[in-house]
Design a protein around this ligand. Structure first.
Ligand SMILES: NC(=O)c1ccc[n+]([C@@H]2O[C@H](COP(=O)([O-])OP(=O)(O)OC[C@H]3O[C@@H](n4cnc5c(N)ncnc54)[C@H](OP(=O)(O)O)[C@@H]3O)[C@@H](O)[C@H]2O)c1
Length: 276
């Protein structure tokens, strides 16, 4: 699988696996299946309450730990420096891991105005070897600018909502200019109407692929790293098979033109929305 490299040189596989709602024993089996079919980047979060399932799936697989990128996220209720550091340690204990490859601030929660403090804790966690790379999720340029101005440390990644109805041109351009890798959450629009879009269906017929594959390939060709989730092994495989076909510039542009100003799945504008 192709990879994307962070500014500090960590290679991230071009497609990752999302784990929201994959919990308990069935979650372990699903995540284990994803590892078996070839996923090497697993996305979790303290708030998903499944870091344990992720750690268990990794231990049950025959894949060496160092070949897997595991990413988790700091919840909004623990942005204070000391709490953030303790939470990262708890994240590791929950997963039974010695380190995370990536650790992100889940949401900026700008009204709380503590995300710079949280970022300082992530910087310390990296120095302590608890995490290899640090990044953010749902951050707007104004939030990232503050992190850089106040700490001098640029996030390795920014994980944001991104799918054909919400393609985030400006944020993608900002991330690219700062050498921040953009990860797409809900890259398939969480199986909403986008998976039935007639225009994408037309392109899928042209390239003889599924709509999901066309969407994920579009994200890959934008330079974005999607993290689709699926409970089904066949779909997990389908979502990885993106590297033996290509979308033309015209097909790319047609999908990008599907962008809608209010294309978010829910009303989660990071300038306003907060999650704890
Ligand atoms: N940072 C954040 O704030 C944030 C927010 C949301 C999500 N995330 C992360 O992003 C990950 C992915 O997002 P998501 O889970 O919201 O949505 P998603 O990956 O866009 O879509 C998942 C849905 O699509 C279906 N699906 C997957 N592959 C398919 C295929 N090939 N054909 C047809 N349907 C398919 C799945 O059904 P089945 O499972 O039944 O196959 C599931 O209902 C999450 O799991 C989580 O790790 C992060």
């Amino acid at each position: 699988m192709p990879s994307l490299q962070t500014l500090k040189g960590l290679d991230l596989p071009a497609v990752g696996f999302g784990t929201y709602k994959l919990n308990g024993a069935s979650g372990v089996n699903t995540i284990n299946s994803a590892l078996n079919v070839g996923y090497r980047l697993i996305d979790t979060a303290f708030n998903y309450e499944n870091e344990g399932a992720v750690g268990e799936a990794v231990r049950r697989s025959s894949i060496p730990r160092e070949q897997i990128i595991i990413s988790s996220k700091l919840p909004g209720r623990h942005h204070h420096y000391d709490e953030a550091l303790t939470t990262i340690q708890e994240s590791l204990y929950r997963a039974g891991l010695d380190y995370y490859d990536l650790y992100l601030i889940h949401w900026p929660n700008p009204k709380e105005n503590l995300y710079v403090e949280a970022w300082q804790a992530l910087i310390t966690a990296q120095k302590l070897g608890l995490v290899r790379e640090i990044g953010v999720s749902n951050f707007l340029p104004e939030h990232i600018d503050r992190l850089i101005t106040e700490t001098g440390v640029i996030p390795a990644v920014n994980q944001i909502e991104l799918h054909p109805y919400f393609s985030e041109l400006q944020l993608r351009e900002y991330d690219q200019q700062k050498h921040i890798i953009t990860l797409a959450w809900s890259p398939l629009g969480r199986a909403s109407s986008v998976l039935k879009d007639p225009i994408i269906a037309g392109i899928a017929a042209e390239v003889q692929r599924s709509i999901s594959q066309v969407i994920l390939r579009w994200e890959f060709q934008l330079g974005v790293l999607p993290i689709p989730k699926s409970n089904h092994t066949a779909r997990q495989i389908e979502n990885l098979n993106l590297f033996d076909f290509e979308l033309s510039e015209a097909q790319m542009q047609t999908i990008t033109n599907l962008d809608r100003p209010n294309g978010r799945l829910q009303n989660q504008d990071p300038a306003e929305y907060e999650e704890f």
